[in-house]
Every structure is written in C-alpha cells, then in structure tokens.
Design a protein around this ligand. Sequence first.
Ligand SMILES: O=c1[nH]c(=O)c2[nH]c(=O)[nH]c2[nH]1
Length: 339
Amino acid sequence: MPWTSTNRIYAKPSNTSGGEGVTAVATANSARAAPTAAADTGGRFELSDHGYGKSCVKLLHVYRDGEYHAIREYDVSTELKLTSESPYVLGDNKDVVATDSQKNTVYLLAKKHGVKTPEEFGAVVVNHFLYTYKQVGEAKCRVVEYPWERLQAGAPHNHAFIFSPAATRWCEVSQVRHDAVVVKSGLSGLRVLKTTQSAFVDFVQDEYTTLADAAERIFSTVVEAEWTYDSMRTADFDNAWLTVKDAILEKFAGPPDTGVYSPSVQHTLYQAEKMVLEKVSEISWIKMTMPNKHYLNIDMSKFPANVTKGDPRHHIYQPIDKPAGLIYAQLRRRPKSHL
Ligand SMILES: O=c1[nH]c(=O)c2[nH]c(=O)[nH]c2[nH]1
C-alpha cells in the first residue's frame, strides 16, 4: 500500500521501547525544561554551517537639504553567525538577537548615520552587530538598491525621481570578528541587444555540429557582474559601479555610428572586464556572466517567393529564451613580481 502523509503523521511507532522517534521526542522535551546538557546527537552529527537574519528590510532614505532632496531605496538583508550552536541544538535563545531586532537595527542605523553607498551602509550594519554582541562571530549584510534617478525636466529636478531599471546594483558586506570588512559589489539584469557587428565563426566542426558559421548575427545578453575591492578605505563605490556599467556598454556597443566588432561573447566579456581593471585600481577581481540570448534566423527558403518577398529591409528572427549559452569568466590582477 502506498503510504500517505496521513499515515506518516499518525502512524503509531511500531517499536515503542526506545526507537529513534521516541528518543528524539524525549530529547526535545528535556532540552526545553533545562537547556544545559550538551547536544544529544551522540556525536553522530555536527552543525557545519548556520546563520540567521532578516531578509529584504525595505528602506527609503530621503536626505532633505533645503529644497534639494536626494533619495536612496534599498532592500537590506542581515545575517548573523553566532559562535554558539545552542540556539539550534538545545533551543536555548539567550544569545539570539531576534531577526525582528535586526530589522529595527537597520532602520535605527540609517536614521543615525544616514545612508551613503550600499557598501558603506552594509559596513555600518556589520560593524554594529559585531561590536554590540560578543556572541556574533560573523555578520553579513546584503543590500540591493532600487534604480531611482533624478528626473531631468530641462534641469535636474529638486525632489522628483524616475525609476530607471536598466540594471540592479547590489553588494554583500561581511566581517568575521577581528578580520577586515570584505565587500563584494555587483550589477545584474543589464539586458542589451545589437543587430550587427557580431559574429561566431571557426569553432569546432565535427559530427556533433549543426550550427553554421555566422558572420553576422544578433547579439543579446543579460549581464551579471560581481567584483571585490583591495581596500575598503580608498574605494569610491558609486564611481566603481558606474565604471563597470559603462565598460560593459562601451565594449558591447562601441561608438554610436560604427559600433564595435564582437567575434564571440567570450571576447566581448573579456574586453569589458579588462577595461574595468584598467580603470578602477581598487578592484582586485571581476567576474562577468553573459548568457547568449539567441535570436534565430528563420529559414524561409521553403516558402514560395510570393509570400516571402517584400521590402528587403525587413528581417525577422525567432527569439529563443531557453536554452541560452552561458558564458562567464573571472579576471584578476596577477600578483606583482618581486624581481
Ligand atoms: O559567442 C558565442 N560563443 C560560443 O561559445 C557559442 N556557442 C554557440 O553555439 N554560439 C556561441 N556564440
């Protein structure tokens, strides 16, 4: 007979004289009464990783400087790794900074310090948790920024903004007690397409190949990028993010009139990463991912000429969502030679 969830929940244990299920219940009860004993895992198991926090605390910061206002809107996620396993193993909460308190802390720190870049705000948050609670061994904060831009109404508007979701900016800041703050920044969802100056030829041709050389094709991708900094202190985070975005657009698109030739997604991706490392000395490595969003030629040769012939400037492609080619590379600086 196939067993159902009803069977599983209500079935009486067949062995009531100390089966695994019975032991587990007894352990949970005694832990609730007196959470002093060591974990009754019989040495069979260990917690290899743990952490907890609040995800997506939504926050709008408005800086009112007279008539001129500035905004930043963030989703902030926090995570704490406690040095003690007792909350998990024994159900002892005395070291637990509630996730609700973590949410409050995000708002209180924003009020107290203001909100600068996502990276600097993330650093304020992780510092706070580490130095306020000695039981916290590591604190992490992820900040995702909403892409508001000042409205241009002939001139920059004093207090009105427009949502410009060309790409999402995010960062992850973490700090282990007694170590330096580690910052990873990122850009995601930058979708681009160009209609010429892209080719893919001279790749492996064997019995598995059906793809023909394409001297001319549509190139479209949704760029993801992430990078880290050598030094938190000297980094200009806003400038770095804009430089990454501009480098991707420049190496993808090229000059407005002529564009730039791409022999492959791989090469364009590399060119963009190289430009970032050349321009922003504080970035130690950058990784980009460019899925190749295919737009296929439609073979119309089987249709009679009278239904296909028309204005030769019309070209029809079939957008293919899945599968997509998935192409990534990480570029880092070589260690300086001591010769
Ligand atoms: O730029 C490309 N790189 C590839 O590795 C690849 N593979 C493929 O089928 N089309 C493409 N295009």
